[in-house]
Design a protein around this ligand. Sequence first.
Ligand SMILES: NC(=O)c1ccc[n+]([C@@H]2O[C@H](COP(=O)([O-])OP(=O)(O)OC[C@H]3O[C@@H](n4cnc5c(N)ncnc54)[C@H](OP(=O)(O)O)[C@@H]3O)[C@@H](O)[C@H]2O)c1
Length: 332
Amino acid sequence: MMRYIPTENRYEKMQYRRCGNSGVKLPLISLGLWHNFGKIDDLENCRKILHTAFDNGITHFDLANNYGPPPGAAEETFGKLFKEDFKPYRDELIISSKAGYKMWNGPYGDFGSKKYLVSSLDQSLKRMGLDYVDIFYHHRPDPETPLQETITALDLIVRQGKALYVGISNYKADEAKKAIDMLRELGTPCLIHQARYSMFDRWVEDKLLDVLENEKVGCITFSSLAQGLLTNKYLHGIPEDSRVGRHLENGAITESQVTPEVIEKVKNLNEIAKNRNQSLAQMALAWILKDKRITSVILGASKIKQVTDAVEAIKNIDFTKEELDKINAILQ
Ligand SMILES: NC(=O)c1ccc[n+]([C@@H]2O[C@H](COP(=O)([O-])OP(=O)(O)OC[C@H]3O[C@@H](n4cnc5c(N)ncnc54)[C@H](OP(=O)(O)O)[C@@H]3O)[C@@H](O)[C@H]2O)c1
């Protein structure tokens, strides 16, 4: 097999934003491996998606212990492709993983204990064949474990050299503020918060984005295409090879979410996108990136064209007031 050689001018194709007040810059578009990189997926397609991303200046790959299916498989796929193609470029990549959702049986494979976080990251590093991850996240708040324990575990992991930076995900504004304060106190500042944010799900606008801005912590968003709903793919039924059509589990959208009301909104949004000379997917990503408090959007992709379309989207992330008003009216 031919050795992978990334495109020479890859860094000219992407823009990068500083993550909070850290030393790290992230690409406006990052790539997530939640779906499409499991055992059920075609390895050569996975390889092509990763190549296309890196060839376009996407330097950040986002993983978690439980991505698959089965859980762990996305890290294994990534580990294989990293070893074969990306090893010479390790220092050009920001690779993240997480723990917080159920990963193994028994009381130590879920939520936020030090026991779970430390052992899960050890497993992730083995699966990916890495000495360290760049960012390690606590994946969701744990209502039972004292926050102090979870935060101390994140600090420990950095001191052990197993992660360079840490982040939190799915923490509400007040929980995030507490975690950020505790991490700062320990001398391991919180780099980033990973939050769901799309035109269909705007909860972060309420308080979280203000907290992150004040605390100078970056924000990286996920499901910004609402898992594919905010594209034109479901306008004329449910394609068999789509996320809905594949009947996936572990949090993937299902047919019941493709309602006539959603499709009506998508149709109207699609018209605005057309007037901007963008696809709806591109406008949905641009709409997130118009806010400078967002460091990066994590894209999910099942095809290389979805990656190149997203990269194209960053050429126009400005909106007129009229466009924004029209979008708000549709979303109400
Ligand atoms: N921290 C957390 O709790 C959390 C939760 C969820 C996700 N994430 C991260 O965020 C990443 C992205 O999440 P997501 O997959 O839900 O994001 P998404 O970007 O909203 O959805 C991705 C899906 O949309 C479809 N798509 C993408 N580009 C398209 C285009 N141009 N035209 C038509 N369809 C397009 C593809 O689905 P098809 O299969 O239909 O082609 C793709 O798999 C994940 O991989 C993960 O890294 C984090």
